[in-house]
Design a protein around this ligand. Structure first.
Ligand code: NAP
Length: 285
């Protein structure tokens, strides 16, 4: 990669950002595509308006946004994509004449990751485990893409109830309910798509699982785990022990990055380059 006076600078703003894998995705793709662009991490701690103003003033073309700015940036955007507005969270900024426009590529990334594994979301019955930011995006994605029903299970049931209520109000999706994780046995039937979106099992706490009882997996047809460190969580191992296919969240990370890259550079990244970026991510882990 040759950096010169014409190099476009992109990056991730947030705190902490030291462990991000996004530079691997974007710099691999840029190099393969011959794009004069560099992607780096900006450990930002200033107030949100100052951070956005600074990025715009310096001519930054595109940014990713992570904790603690994902919702905080919204009042300071020039424009916001409709999906991101409904979800209330932005992870990608694209420069426009008047300021940055906000998008949520986490949701697009998760959808593309799931469908790339051959999983159909339309008409599926879904169990979402968790009620944090990632679970919220996952539940909205299910509502947007024609799921038949959604059950949100969370340790703190009020947070799951809030997401369920919000989805009903904002999307008119009615077949959704919230329960405590401890009550998973109240879920009727089998054949569910299970989206694991809690932090439980994340490195270094790799011997933990949000549900330990193997009987839970009799309800599952397929498991998508949002965690990607470790590449196989205990939750995935338990699922596979019951012959249920289980995938980790690395492709979600990959595809949210690809979606951002494509918007910043107004290109479509060919599949072989996407796969190259995926291999680079796997090597980095
Ligand atoms: P978050 O907003 O902090 O939410 C954390 C979730 O984990 C909440 O539902 C929380 O339950 C639950 N939780 C934490 N400790 C728990 C415990 N001991 N027992 C039961 N539940 C527990 O985090 P987030 O941003 O949504 O991220 C969630 C996970 O998704 C993380 O592992 C993250 O790495 C992953 N993620 C992956 C991608 C990707 O691209 N693949 C993108 C985003 C996030 P309470 O509400 O009860 O506290």
């Amino acid at each position: 990669m040759k950096i010169n006076g014409k190099t476009k600078v992109m990056g991730l703003i947030g705190h902490p950002v030291e462990h991000t894998l996004s530079p691997v995705i974007h710099n691999t793709i840029a190099e393969c595509m011959g794009e004069n662009m560099v992607y780096t991490a900006f450990p930002a701690t200033e107030d949100t308006q100052a951070v956005l103003k600074g990025a715009f003033a310096l001519g930054i073309q595109g940014m990713n946004v992570t904790v603690p700015y994902k919702s905080a940036v919204i009042p300071y955007l020039a424009d916001i994509d409709n999906e991101a507005k409904i979800i209330g969270a932005v992870n990608t900024l694209v420069r426009t004449e008047d300021g940055f426009k906000g998008y949520n590529t986490d949701l697009k990334g998760l959808y593309r990751a799931i469908t790339s594994e051959g999983i159909r979301l339309e008409k599926s019955r879904v169990i979402v485990i968790g009620a944090g930011g990632a679970a919220r995006a996952a539940a909205f994605m299910c509502a947007f893409h024609g799921a038949e029903s959604i059950v949100i299970c969370n340790r703190t049931v009020e947070k799951a109830e809030n997401i369920a209520r919000e989805i009903q109000e904002k999307t008119q999706f009615g077949n959704i309910r919230a329960i405590s994780i401890a009550d998973w046995m109240s879920i009727k039937g089998e054949g569910y798509l299970v989206l694991q979106a809690t932090k439980v099992g994340l490195y270094p706490d790799t011997e933990a699982s949000p549900i330990e009882d193997e009987a839970f997996f009799e309800k599952a047809a397929v498991v998508y785990e949002l965690i990607y460190t470790p590449q196989e969580t205990k939750f995935m191992r338990l699922a596979k022990g019951k012959q249920i296919p289980a995938y980790n969240g690395l492709k979600m990370l990959l595809y949210q990055g690809v979606a951002a890259y494509e918007m910043w550079n107004r290109v479509q990244v060919p599949e072989e380059i996407v796969q190259k970026a995926y291999r680079a991510l796997q090597e980095e882990l």
